[in-house]
Design a protein around this ligand. Structure first.
Ligand code: ACO
Length: 312
């Protein structure tokens, strides 16, 4: 019977059906989704920290309002994604516990520091640009609740990307030489970590094959990375910055840009907890959780009081 259920499931995947929360699904499919969606949720929440660092120091009221809205959007993305993961039978407490004890992964990119205001523009342009490239195909993910969450997230993400690029254009067109140098320096520091966001090369990606067969991932890590490089090089030219890769060159035969080797030892070090800001990020999240205990206690006490009143 298990075999028949599996075959029917695979058939639905092949037919391009969306799988919904109450549908039967193989254990491994469920586990893969909980892993990916919860990591994605954690990334959104941890991703609020590097930019939150600049809210009090944004150069104008307009930039401050934009940054506040963006960081708030990221909190919202985390909440949709935790909810999508909860439909698979995991609890938010379990997921947060995994994050706080260092068991759960989140995107490597958020373990790098934001040293200057230009970093905020570059995060919008490159980091959110990479995120969109990775996330647009997830709108067609075979698991319905995840796919639907991704549609709204991608719309907001595209606003984030454009505000970043626009803020860099302003600095590059109207800025002082020092401001232009600041943008170039930020690009130099964020370029390679942005390419690492797409994950290990396909040949070193243990989850890709099964996730692609199940329609969780629609494009492979390397395919998405290439699409990102191809889209970004012309944007860098318009901006007037140099991408820090001497091997970056158009390859007419492949119809793509070639690019230099990625430092995978740095990637695995950061994923393994030893990046420039891993400890700081995790302790900020744990502190926020502990400082919020009284709010959770009060909300629970209030809900209990109302339930008792309703029963009486
Ligand atoms: N940072 C941290 N860990 C990573 C990264 C990264 N950039 N890329 C891959 N990994 C981890 C994977 O989670 C996996 O570990 P696990 O098996 O313990 O979960 C391991 O490295 C091997 O990678 P893959 O086999 O390629 O893993 P997977 O098939 O899950 O692909 C990917 C990784 C592309 C990140 C995928 O999970 C995905 O598309 N996730 C949704 C998008 C997302 O999380 N974005 C977050 C950043 S964008 C933002 O928040 C603004």
């Amino acid at each position: 019977e298990e075999q028949a259920r599996n075959a029917a499931f695979e058939q639905r995947i092949d037919d391009g059906d969306f799988i919904e929360a109450k549908d039967w699904m193989p254990d491994h499919y469920r586990k893969t989704l909980v892993r990916q969606i919860s990591q994605h949720a954690h990334s959104e929440i941890v991703g609020m920290l590097p930019e939150g660092n600049w809210i009090t120091r944004a150069p104008t009221l307009k930039r401050k309002a934009i940054l506040l809205a963006k960081v708030q959007d990221e909190g919202g993305h985390g909440l949709y994604l935790y909810s999508a993961a909860e439909t698979l039978g995991t609890s938010r407490d379990q997921m947060l516990d995994a994050l706080h004890t260092g068991k759960a992964k989140y995107s490597s990119i958020f373990n790098y520091p934001t040293l200057t205001w230009a970093d905020i523009g570059v995060i919008g342009w490159l980091v959110d640009g990479a995120a969109i490239m990775n996330q647009v195909p997830l709108c067609r993910c075979s698991y319905g609740p995840y796919a639907r969450a991704m549609i709204r997230i991608c719309r907001e993400e595209s606003f984030h990307q454009r505000q970043g690029y626009e803020s860099l254009l302003t600095m590059m067109r109207d800025g002082t030489d020092a401001q232009k140098a600041m943008v170039q320096d930020a690009v130099n520091r964020w370029w390679w970590p942005s390419l690492m966001m797409f994950g290990p090369a396909d040949k070193d990606s243990p989850n890709s094959e099964q996730s692609m067969r199940w329609g969780i991932k629609r494009l492979s890590n390397d395919e998405l990375r290439q699409k990102f490089v191809d889209a970004t090089v012309p944007q860098a030219e318009i901006l007037g910055v140099t991408l820090p890769d001497p091997q970056l060159a158009w390859n007419a035969e492949r119809d793509h840009y070639d690019f230099g080797p990625i430092d995978w030892s740095e990637f695995w070090r950061v994923v393994g907890g030893d990046g420039p800001c891993n400890r700081e990020r995790l302790s900020a999240r744990v502190k926020a959780w502990e400082d919020g205990a009284w709010v959770r206690d009060a909300a629970l006490a209030h809900a209990q009081k109302r339930a008792t009143q309703a029963a009486a």
